[in-house]
Design a protein around this ligand. Structure first.
Ligand code: SDX
Length: 429
């Protein structure tokens, strides 16, 4: 049986045989289907890319029906159990788990690039004290682009590697600056004796202590959360990083675009929206009425639903278990009861079941962040830190893919036909 499909154009009676590769046809193969020689040829129309593969990728696999998530073939459950974020970042970027020597060198490189130039504190201090942390992070990533103009040489592997290290290393420092700026506390310098997550906690919460020892349970919980958020194939923000990067934009501005996409409440901003929703519900007795309001179309159950997962998001399962470990240290987040009641009712309600709406990665993560002392505006920033590794892996894969070129979709034109200019005194009311 040939790996082709035959299309009959009923407008002309002509038949076309199109090759099927990896379950897809090349959209360009549709262009041969014409009704006349001057016909542009067929295109596919796919708003929001509901059924379009934009690339070939070896980084992450999601099986939405089975609730499977793998980074470079490794199940997320095993990585969350046995790995750490820096090791996973290496895996995403290079395709293999690092050897002990590679891991030691990688950790040394990242640890020794955590400082951000003192001059850039003026950029952070230029924001209003109550500027949203994601707005600051997004702007700051673009600002770093002006600080590292040589990063524009995106076709040079050595330049890419240098700035991949800088970005992964500096994300926690920038994120900590965003938080400390919002609460009017002085910035804390990185402590190279601490782990990636331990140093981040230190830069966030150290108040004048010469030696800061992060709670090991919270340090590990953050590491697991970073692993779970590191990549998720062609999500909205990865698509933004690829699209902007396809113009050969430097990695800082490509990630600023990705950060802007992640900021949206339908994407990475959902973890913040979940906590605001739980606060709005206020009490477990209000849950049924809130669910009814969602079903009535007055709003969405934030943290529920997913474009790909039509089953429980495997990350949500792990985060839900992790919450109990964190609460043992921080004290239980009272909003947990409301979240659990929301989940219990929604998973048995036909509106959600029929639409295959399950808790996603954002439903429980915010409860942990809030219990750890983060303000809600920081939640999407905590998503962006680890996702920078995924964005960089996707960006790098795009640049190395000979199939790729500058992203420039077509359109169906629905505007006016040609018409002549009308002087302002001749225009109607
Ligand atoms: C992330 O893509 C990724 O991989 C993203 C991510 C990653 O790691 O990068 O996983 C991270 O962004 C997770 C998603 C976080 N967002 C939210 O929790 C916001 C709430 N969820 C939704 O808005 C929605 O579910 C999306 C955006 C996540 C997915 O939207 P789709 O696939 O475009 O689905 P849709 O909007 O077309 O909804 C289909 C139906 C609609 O109802 P009908 O028109 O059929 O009547 O389901 C309904 C929607 O109204 N629906 C919801 C709902 N989500 C979808 N109804 C109530 N509550 C919800 N949360």
């Amino acid at each position: 049986m040939a790996d082709t499909i035959t299309i009959t154009d009923n407008r002309t009676g002509k038949q076309y045989e199109l090759k099927v590769t990896d379950g897809t046809i090349r959209a360009l193969d549709l262009r041969q289907i014409k009704t006349s020689d001057d016909d542009f040829g067929l295109m596919s129309y796919d708003p929001a890319f509901m059924n379009t593969a934009s690339c070939r990728s070896a980084i992450t696999l999601i099986d939405g029906d089975k609730g499977i998530l793998r980074y470079r073939g490794y199940p997320i459950e095993q990585l969350a159990e046995s790995s750490n974020f820096l090791e996973v970042a290496w895996l995403l970027l290079r395709g293999e788990l690092p050897t002990a020597a590679q891991y030691a060198d990688w950790t040394h490189q990242i640890t020794h690039h955590t400082y951000v130039h003192e001059y850039l504190k003026r950029a952070m201090d230029g924001f209003q004290h109550d500027a949203h942390a994601m707005g600051k992070l997004t702007a700051f990533l673009a600002t770093l682009s002006t600080f590292y103009p040589k990063s524009k040489a995106v076709r040079d592997p050595k330049v890419r590697e240098e700035h991949i290290v800088k970005i992964i290393a500096k994300m926690p420092t920038i994120a900590a600056w965003c938080f400390r700026h919002s609460v009017g506390r002085p910035y804390v310098y990185p402590d190279n004796s601490l782990s990636y997550c331990g140093n981040f906690i230190n830069m966030l919460f150290n108040i004048g202590q010469p030696r800061f020892d992060p709670d090991p349970i919270l340090e590990r919980a953050l590491d697991v959360l970073f692993i779970l958020h590191a990549d998720h194939e062609q999500n909205c923000s990865a698509n933004a990083a690829r699209a902007v990067g396809s113009a050969e934009t430097d990695p800082y501005c490509s990630l600023a675009a990705a950060s802007a996409a992640l900021y949206g409440p339908l994407h990475g901003g959902a973890n913040e929206a979940v906590l605001r929703m739980l606060g709005q519900i206020g009490d477990i007795k209000n849950v049924p009425a809130f669910i009814d309001s969602c079903k009535g179309g007055s709003g969405r159950l934030m943290g529920f639903g997913h474009r790909v997962y039509k089953n429980y998001d495997p990350r949500a399962k792990i985060i839900k278990e992790l919450a109990h470990k964190v609460f043992a240290v921080t004290g239980k987040n009272p909003a947990l009861e409301i979240a659990l009641e929301l989940e219990k009712i929604a998973l048995n309600d036909d509106y959600f079941v029929k639409r295959k709406l399950y808790p996603n990665v954002d439903f429980y993560s915010g409860l942990i962040y809030q219990a750890m002392g983060f303000p809600v505006e920081m939640f999407p920033v905590l998503f962006a830190i680890p996702r920078a590794a995924g964005w960089l892996a996707q960006w790098q894969e795009m640049l190395a893919d000979n199939d790729q070129k500058i992203a420039r979709p077509r359109q169906i034109y629905t505007g006016s036909d040609i018409r002549d200019f009308v002087a302002i005194d001749k225009r109607g009311a």
